[in-house]
Every structure is written in C-alpha cells, then in structure tokens.
Design a binder for this molecule. Structure first.
Ligand code: NDP
Ligand code: MG
Length: 390
C-alpha cells in the first residue's frame, strides 16, 4: 500500500490532537514528516516519537534545548523558531494540516501550497487575512485547498456535484457560545473562565472565547466569502443552539441542503484527510429521535457586534481582513490579560478599522503587505486598549 506523507502544523493544539488521533489509528498508511507546536514541548515530542516523524519544530526559539532533550535517542530532528517552522513547511509532503492558531498560521500554509501539497485549512485566519493570496498561490502551484472549519466543510460537502451558479445563499450556523442567553447588561462583567467554556464544542481557548463574542462567526463569514467566492449578501448567519446542522446551502430552486453531524471536529478533519473518499470515522452516530428538536433564531447584532464589523470588512476586502483579524487577536489578548471587559473587544476592533489609513488597506495583497497591515493593526489596537483602560 502507498503511504501518504503528511505534516501537521499546530500538532499540539485541539485540531492538531484530533488530527493525530485519526492518523494514529491507521499509522502504517502515513509517513509523518513534520509536527509543529509552540509551548507544549512534552506533547510535541511524545507525538513525534509515537508517529515516528522526521522533524519536530517548536515556534518558541528558547525551547530548543528542551525539545532536543525530550527527543534524545529517538533519531528525530529537533528545531525551533520561525525560520525552522518555514523550513519544515517547505519539506515535500502530500497533505498538510494547517492548525496553528492566529495569523501565525499564514506563512507556513503558503509554504505548503508553494510545494504543491494539499492544504487542509483549519487556520481560518489564513483566508481572513489573505484570501486572495492563498487562493492565487494554490492555483499557481496546482495545490488543493480543503476546508476544515466545520461550517465550511459542511458547505463544501453540500456543494459536491453542484453548479455554483445554482447557489443562491449559504447559511452558516452558530451555537451562540457561552453568553447566548445572558442578559445583555451582564456581558460587561463576564469573566475569562465564563467566556472560555463552550456549550457544545471542545476547542482551544482562543476560538472558544471568539465563539462567545461571535468574532469566530465573523471570521467565518469572511472565510465563506473568500473560499466559495460568493457575495456578502448571499451569506447568512443563523443561531442554532444544538450545533447539529453546521451549514446549509440554498439553491435557486428553493432547496436547502443541510449538513447534519455531531459536534466533533474529527468529522471535518477526517473528511479533508480522506477526500475525495469517505471513510469510516470514529464519531458518534446521531440519534435524532432522542434529540427531538432542532431550533433556530436570528443573530442579535446588539449582542454580537462582531457580525456587523465582519460585514464592513467583506465590503472593503483588500487588507481589511488582515487588519480586522490582527485587531481582534490583540483585543482578545487584552481580554485574556484582564485589560479589557468582554464587550470592549468589539469596541477596540471597531476603532482600529476606522482609524487606519485607507491607502494601507487598499495596498496590493502580497505577503509583505499583509504582514505590514497586521503589524500596524496590532499597534493601533494596543493604543486603543491603552486609551480604554486609561
Ligand atoms: P489551540 O490553541 O488548541 O492550538 C493552537 C496550536 O498552534 C498549538 O499547536 C500551539 O502550540 C500552536 N501555536 C500557538 N501559537 C503559535 C505561534 N505563534 N506560532 C506557531 N504555532 C503556534 O487552537 P485550536 O486547535 O483550537 O485551533 C487551531 C486553528 O483551527 C485556529 O485557527 C482555529 O480558529 C481553527 N479551528 C479550530 C476548531 C476547533 O475545534 N478547535 C474548529 C474550527 C477551526 P502549543 O499548544 O504547543 O503552544
Ligand atoms: Mg467553525
């Protein structure tokens, strides 16, 4: 049997660990090239040894010795820092999981596309910051881009065999996150712990908080626009507390194709891993009779101003997505550090979007310009946070 060469960027995170779970179940089928992580050296080394990877890379330069020690005697190469991450991403493979969190995932993903690998994209920030660049790089190198975000995987699956011209609308669902039913006035007192617990999904801390604020759904609106090439007016968000339907595609004949599945990322990861085949996956089989009812509500833009901000970004395009994401990441850091109250994250992002020089946002989409926009937006957001906290 042919083994597939695979690399996992962000192997120590929530998506990375779910990916490793699937790969480890069928280890002979894969030749693992690179695993990358950042602070969790122990996990990184253990998985590199378990999967017999060629190289393990930590993004943290200062952790090299620790990683070397953990890998001692295994014959597995250890490396650290941004340069090492890029070098590992350039190693030829057939399939890559892009699951670093944040804009830090952009450049390694581009390297993977440049060498023609299939890129399974969990890192939604790549499409938000640089959608046009990502799609162009994939096209120029004959590389395939597969969505892993559950909503986008669902849309992708609903579109198999369909003509994009027959698509009227795309509906992505949102659980509503931790504060869906809270009185609006209480949001200002939401704690980090409260924001970090998700009613349905078990995910990394940052995306969990982004689910409560709907910055996650905001990023996904932009991601939908970039990946599927539909207009902003064709994309809707629907609150669906049960998180069973992940997305729906509406066609011109009135049909809605809904993707239903348990809230387990191994479905979307497995779909991208085995595409275009469908293989058996270790996910729960839904008992709809036991579930009884699925419910839906419109999203409340007062509760979730991030959705309105995403609409602005989708209209402006260009580097507005990079600015939006960087401001969001900085505001999220501010909330995690206790410098911002929960609703102030959206205020900071709004201020940054309105304060930047339009000529920067309209600049050509190159990696340098994206990184530059990201950098300026982080500075502007840091200033806005300082003003907010006095
Ligand atoms: P986690 O926080 O659980 O994991 C993030 C991974 O990135 C870890 O391996 C972490 O290393 C690594 N990392 C963190 N910072 C850096 C950096 N500066 N440079 C390089 N590597 C870094 O995140 P998730 O797995 O939850 O999410 C990963 C991506 O997938 C995100 O873009 C998220 O939006 C997306 N996604 C996640 C879903 C989920 O269910 N979790 C669902 C849909 C999309 P370490 O832990 O060793 O420090
Ligand atoms: Mg999602």
């Amino acid at each position: 049997p042919v083994t597939r060469r695979v690399s996992i960027f962000g192997a120590t995170g929530s998506i990375g660990q779910n990916t490793i779970d699937l790969i480890a179940r069928d280890a002979e089928a894969y030749d693992v090239v690179a695993l990358t992580g950042a602070s969790n050296i122990e996990q990184l080394a253990a998985d590199a040894i378990r999967l017999n990877a060629d190289i393990a890379v930590t993004a943290n330069e200062g952790r090299l010795e620790e990683l070397r020690a953990a890998l001692a005697g295994s014959g597995i190469e250890a490396a650290a820092g941004q340069g090492a991450l890029i070098e590992a991403a350039q190693r030829p493979v057939d399939w890559v999981m892009s699951a670093i969190v944040g804009a830090a995932g952009l450049q390694p993903g581009i390297c993977a596309l440049e060498q023609g690998a299939t890129l399974a994209l969990a890192n939604k920030e790549s499409l938000v910051c640089a959608g046009e660049l990502i799609l162009r790089t994939a096209k120029q190198n004959g590389a395939r881009l597969l969505p892993v975000d559950s909503e986008h995987s669902a849309v992708f699956q609903a579109l198999v065999g369909e003509d994009m011209n027959a698509v009227e609308r795309i509906i992505i669902t949102a659980s509503g996150g931790a504060f869906r039913d809270w009185p609006l006035d209480d949001l200002a007192n939401a704690t980090l712990d409260q924001a970090s617990s998700h009613p349905n999904w078990d995910m990394g801390q940052r995306i969990t908080i982004d689910s409560a604020s709907m910055f996650n759904k905001a990023l996904e609106l932009i991601e939908t626009r970039e990946y599927f090439g539909v207009s902003p007016a064709q994309i809707e968000v629907l609150v669906h507390p049960e998180s069973m339907i992940h997305a729906m595609v509406g066609f011109r004949d009135g049909a809605l194709m809904a993707h239903v599945g348990p809230p387990d990322m191994r479905h979307a990861i497995g779909y991208a891993l085995h595409w275009p085949d469908r293989r058996a996956l270790p996910v729960e089989r839904l008992d709809l009779a036991a579930i009884g009812a699925l419910t839906f509500r419109p999203p409340d833009e007062k509760r979730w101003p991030a959705l309105r901000l995403a609409r602005e970004v989708m209209e402006r395009r260009g580097l507005a997505g990079a600015v939006f994401n960087a401001a969001k990441e900085t505001a999220l850091d501010g909330f995690i550090a206790g410098h911002l109250r929960f609703p102030q994250m959206a205020e900071v992002v709004d201020q940054v979007l309105n304060s930047l020089d339009p000529s920067h946002i309209d600049a050509q989409m190159t990696l340098d310009n994206v990184m530059n926009a990201d950098h300026m937006a982080r500075q502007a957001a840091t200033r806005a946070i300082e003003q907010t906290t006095g």
